[in-house]
Design a protein around this ligand. Sequence first.
Ligand code: AN7
Length: 365
Amino acid sequence: MPYAGLIERYREYLPVGRNTRIISLCEGSTPMVLAHNLGGAIHPKLEIWLKYEGLNPTGSFKDRGMTMAITKAVEEGFQAVMCASTGNTSASAAAYAARAGIKCVVLIPDGKIAFGKLSQAMIHGAKVIQVKGNFDEALTLVRRITETQPIALVNSINPFRIQGQKTGAFEIIDDFDGIAPDFQAMPVGNAGNITAYWKGYKEYREVGKVNSLPRMLGFQAAGSAPIVLGHPVEKPQTFATAIRIGNPASWASAEAARDESGGVIGMVTDHEIRRAYEMLAATEGIFCEPASASSIAGLVKLAQNGYFEEHKPRTGDRLRVVCILTGHGLKDPDSAIKSAEEPVTVEPKEEEILEAIGLLEAAGV
Ligand code: AN7
């Protein structure tokens, strides 16, 4: 049978019954790409693997949680779901709700979500409401409304979201034949995903699928770094709009993941994120969205600060790092176009094209 999505793959670890109607778009089982150009350049001791979550059906890791959240909302009899979102959650919720045949309402910060994500929520038929405020304010409203209305909340405070997203950790362990990477690096926004991965790793250890656990490395954007600063950020800023979040709902469990794993939650500037974003695209052929590149930017920063010197590889002679590239670059074409060189425009003539690519003399024209 064709691949049927992550609930089928990891059914025994998920709260679904034999008769549960699974709402799936065949998410999960994403590629793990070895960053053979970038790895050594960041630090010779590192072997960096890129878990390309942008290849999920709606282009982000949110689909892992959404297949579970929508499956359970339908099972519980809900006719509508709702979320606040910096973009990807709304795209995913809209798609899975469409597939389930239920309504979806999304609250997004006015003007602060990437265009690809907005287009997804719209085309899948969600009711899109732009709030003149930030994500944190929108989430507060969604929490309040779903407490009294017959609408299921599908943000990551919904425990089924975390259940679905923990399968990312299972896949990593399965890909490496039961050996945990030394480190896992990822962006941190509302902190659901770091919570979910850590839960997944620990559960896999409990059932004997793995003996050791990775150190969790989470990265926030410097303008939106509440966990690093130790207090909420009232007006979060960053061009990586996916993680423009000032008061993460899963703050405490993100700190627990960091502390229990002996990891780090750090911050990276927009400039550092942009460099990492460009480097990944230019040297590995991997196009992720800006927020996702913060994981690479964070590794660069830790390497520069000598962080990896104090650690010994679990296996082999290099430290194995898995970077979670949470969203696809096509989500945010505006950021790519702003980052890269502008195309040239020429007349439809051979010599103009040869000149544009610097081959005019070589061609002897
Ligand atoms: C590409 O869509 O919060 O720390 O509303 O889209 O689990 O929040 C997105 C977050 C990282 C951070 N990378 O994950 C939303 C939303 C991408 C993201 C994060 C998000 P969490």
